[in-house]
Structure formats: structure tokens, C-alpha cells
Design a protein around this ligand. Structure first.
Ligand code: ZN
Length: 478
């Protein structure tokens, strides 16, 4: 696995030394069994003791004083007073343990442009992403995705859907994937067009084929999967896509058997898109539709009948003025629903707790009903339902023996979470990323006691800032 020279063993050990200074046991406590030179912590064996465990399995429910035993990246057991001889013990007292949060659509490359959607039309999100996107180097992509992945882990997000729609050549896809691999996060990588790409030009599906043929070497032991970031029949940025191009992209993805994701019906002016998809036989279990705000009851039925999933990103939908997500209608129809960041150029940050809170509040106000969307249901959307919407619910999304160990520990003793009342309400209404004490992805401890274990945040932010300064200079964008 190729590694950046900027992410060295020295940096990792530097981070570990800082933990030592904080009074932790050092490297072993971070990795539960050491780390590979220059890389991620190993998947060791550990047991979290005496935590409030929310399994997000309806049959099991919550276990108020329980343990979670993890070995080799897998959940071995969940229950009270588990026997786990030799396992590293993590104190779970005062902690809520739950599955890692599942994010379902995020243009990670443009986190380099965080909060840069301006206040005039020519500086709005789409022209900003396009103009600066066209001036991107592969290193800019790497820096944006690496910063996003670090923020995700900080925020308790263990799975992302990296919607990569500025692939200007194979080296951009490689840079994006390298950042994902180095971070240790679980991700679907969806390969898209470039910003400013001609609406007549298809996506480079031959390059998707190249990646698919070598996927074993790319997938980071199965943490990464491959998909198509499809433009659909039109996009907000470019307008109508030629039929020859969109059909070629779609047919290629279906030929390769990879999942497809598309923005549709996000704005009032783009209503009717789902009807077009239904007529063109685009809908299906392999399709995720993003936003789907301007949809009719018949279109919702078409989505449900075809098994199409939906991704909702309330903060970008609100910020850009698209409209209010139809969460309740989708859930009532049985459509798999996931929640998403979309882009921090608009949303500012990747706070999934805030996203869950917004989803609940918007749904309740739409119906003028305090009880419309319960907190626990929202928490399901952020975990097991999100996983289901990505086709990953067999592997992650709940705490169950045999599943991969993606989980977080939330410290309920922090000032904004005390006192312990209703844990689902606490997580949706009160919790914030800084309350995430520990993050485990595929059995690797990537955040512990509030600090990222495999990322030097100062270095990541510093290099991203330098890349942005150079990018703005190249694009003459101030
Ligand atoms: Zn988007």
C-alpha cells in the first residue's frame, strides 16, 4: 500500500507521545496491540466494560450496564460481564456505546473549500466548486479528502459515502482513494465526472474498470467499496446531460455491477426527475437518489416499489434553499433512508448529531407535531438505516456478534450531556462531536479520549491550508 511521505511513523509516534503526556498508557492503549510502521493502529482485542450499550438491534435494544468484546476487527460478544481473558479493558462507565454513525453522501474533495459558498450569485456554491474545482491538482483532492476523513472520525462517523465528482484524471481518483485508505475509515467511493466536464462527455468508466480489476489491492481489507457518482439526466451545475453520455455511464456501471448514486429533484425547477427515472428504467435496488425533495406521491411509490434508497442532507438543503426533506413520507413508504453531510462548503462542518437533530426538528415542524419523528427513529437513520441504505447493514450499523466492529463511545459526563436522562434524546438533541470519546472502525481505535490516534491534526490542517492558498492563487479567487 503506497503511503504519503507526509504521514510517517514519526508523526504517529509523535501523536502517541502526546497521549502519554496526557496520562494514558501509551501506544498499546491506542491500538490494543501495537501498530504497523507508518500506518494505522492494528486491530487488536479489547473489551469495553460497564457502558450503556445501545445495540440499535430492535430485538436486543439497550443494555444499561454491559460490555462489548472486539477481536480482530469483529464484534465477538455484547452483554453483561463478558469473559474476555487477555483483552485490553476500556472503562465504559459514564459512556454510551453505539454503532458508528453512517454518512451517506459527501463531496469530500471540496472540504478544502469549507465555508466558501459566498453571499453573491457568482460566489455561490456551484460557481465556487466549479471554478476552484477546475484548478484542482491531485494533491488538492488528497488534502480535501484527508481533512474530511479526519473530521469524520473526530465526529463519530465511521462510514462515509465519498461522492467524488471532480475526477480530472486517474491520478485524482488514486489520490482520493489513498486519503481514504490512510485514514482507516469505511467508505463507498463513488467515481464521478470532473467539475466543468462537457455535458456530452461520458464519465471515464474505463478508469472505473481499472480500479475494479485491482480492487483487492485498493479496498483496504474490504473497508472500501466502489460505485458510480452518476450525473443523471441533468445536474444543478451544468443543466441537461446528453442522453448518449448518461446512458453510457449508467450502462457501464450496471455492466460492472456497482451501485449508482445520483442527485435528483433537489430544487423546485427540477421536479419530475423521478418520473423520468421511472420511465427510463433507472430506478432499482442498486440506486441511491440524493435529496428527492420535489417529488409527488406517485414518485415516492415508484422509489419504494423499486427498492431505491434516498439520502437526505438537511443542512445543505436548508442553506442553499432547496427545500425541506420529506423524511416521514419516505419512511412511511418503506424507502431506505440515510443522512448525509453533502458538502462542508455549504454546511460548514460534518456534525452528524446536528444533522440528526435537524431531521427530527424539520419533520416535527412540517407536521406541527411534537411527537412526529421520535429521537430513536432518527438515531436509526444515523446508524442501521443508513447502513441499510448503502447495502452495508449485514456488516455494520448495529452492535451484534459477527458484525464488523464500527462503534463509538460518547462521554455523558461532559457539561452539555449531563445529566443522564433519555439516551436517544441525549444523542439527537444534546450530543456534539467533541463528546465522542472513542471511535473504532473495523476494530481499530482511531480516536481515544477525545484525540485522533492516527492523525496529526495540526499537520493535516496546515497542509490543507497551504493547498487552499495555492489553489486560490492559481484560480485567482479571493
Ligand atoms: Zn451532493
Amino acid at each position: 500500500m503506497a503511503r504519503s511521505s507526509t504521514f510517517s511513523r514519526r508523526d504517529f509516534l509523535g501523536g502517541a507521545a502526546a497521549f502519554g503526556a496526557l496520562g494514558l498508557a501509551g501506544c498499546a492503549s491506542l491500538s490494543a496491540g501495537g501498530s504497523r510502521p507508518g500506518g494505522l493502529p492494528d486491530r487488536g482485542e479489547f473489551v469495553i466494560r460497564n457502558a450503556y450499550v445501545m445495540t440499535m438491534e430492535r430485538a436486543t435494544g439497550d443494555l444499561p450496564n454491559a460490555d462489548v468484546h472486539v477481536r480482530g476487527g469483529q464484534i465477538v460478544a455484547v452483554g453483561a460481564q463478558l469473559a474476555a481473558p487477555g483483552a485490553l479493558e476500556l472503562d465504559g462507565r459514564g459512556m454510551i456505546v453505539l454503532p458508528g454513525l453512517v454518512e451517506t453522501h459527501w463531496h469530500m474533495w471540496n472540504t478544502l473549500l469549507r465555508s466558501m459558498a459566498g453571499d453573491r450569485k457568482e460566489r455561490g456554491y456551484f460557481p465556487t466548486a466549479r471554478t476552484l474545482g477546475e484548478a484542482y491538482t491531485p494533491n488538492d483532492t488528497y488534502q480535501g479528502v484527508r481533512l474530511s476523513a479526519a473530521e469524520a472520525i473526530h465526529s463519530g462517523i465511521t462510514t462515509v459515502h465519498d461522492w467524488s465528482h471532480n475526477i480530472r484524471g486517474p491520478e485524482y481518483a488514486d489520490a482520493d482513494l489513498r486519503a481514504l485508505r490512510e485514514s482507516g475509515i469505511r467508505a463507498r467511493f463513488s467515481y464521478g465526472a470532473a467539475q466543468g466536464q462537457s455535458t456530452d462527455a461520458p464519465i471515464n468508466t474505463a478508469d472505473i474498470g481499472r480500479l475494479q480489476r485491482n480492487w483487492k489491492d485498493t479496498s483496504n481489507d474490504g473497508l472500501l467499496t466502489l460505485g458510480l457518482a452518476w450525473r443523471g439526466v441533468s445536474t444543478s451545475a451544468t443543466g441537461t446531460i446528453s442522453a448518449a453520455a448518461w446512458r453510457k455511464d449508467l450502462d457501464a456501471a450496471r455492466g460492472m455491477g456497482i451501485p449508482i448514486s445520483v442527485h435528483a429533484a433537489n430544487a423546485r425547477s427540477r421536479a419530475g426527475a423521478i418520473d423520468v427515472f421511472a420511465k427510463e428504467k433507472v430506478l432499482g435496488k442498486d440506486l441511491q437518489v440524493i435529496h428527492a425533495i420535489w417529488v409527488s406521491p406517485a414518485e415516492i411509490r415508484a422509489l419504494a416499489d423499486s427498492g431505491t434508497a434516498v439520502s437526505l442532507s438537511p443542512y445543505t438543503e436548508l442553506r442553499i434553499g432547496f427545500g425541506l426533506p420529506k423524511t416521514g413520507e419516505f419512511l412511511a413508504a418503506g424507502i431506505p433512508v440515510g443522512l448525509s453531510v453533502d458538502t462542508t462548503t455549504l454546511s460548514g462542518n460534518a456534525d452528524m448529531f446536528a444533522i440528526m437533530k435537524a431531521i427530527q426538528n424539520i419533520e416535527n415542524v412540517r407536521h406541527e407535531d411534537e411527537f412526529r419523528l421520535p429521537a430513536r427513529r432518527v438515531l436509526e437513520l444515523g446508524t442501521i438505516e443508513g447502513a441499510r441504505s448503502l447495502g452495508l447493514d449485514g456488516r455494520i450499523g448495529s452492535l451484534k456478534p459477527g458484525k464488523r466492529a464500527d462503534l463509538i463511545m460518547v462521554n455523558t459526563r461532559d457539561v452539555n450531556l449531563g445529566v443522564f436522562s433519555d439516551p436517544a434524546h441525549m444523542l439527537v438533541e444534546a450530543a456534539q462531536p467533541q463528546n465522542v470519546d472513542t471511535v473504532v472502525v473495523d476494530g481499530r481505535i482511531l480516536k481515544r479520549r477525545g484525540r485522533l490516534t492516527a492523525v496529526d491534526v495540526e499537520q493535516v490542517v496546515g497542509e490543507a491550508s497551504a493547498a487552499l492558498t495555492a489553489l486560490r492563487k492559481r484560480a485567482n479567487w479571493w
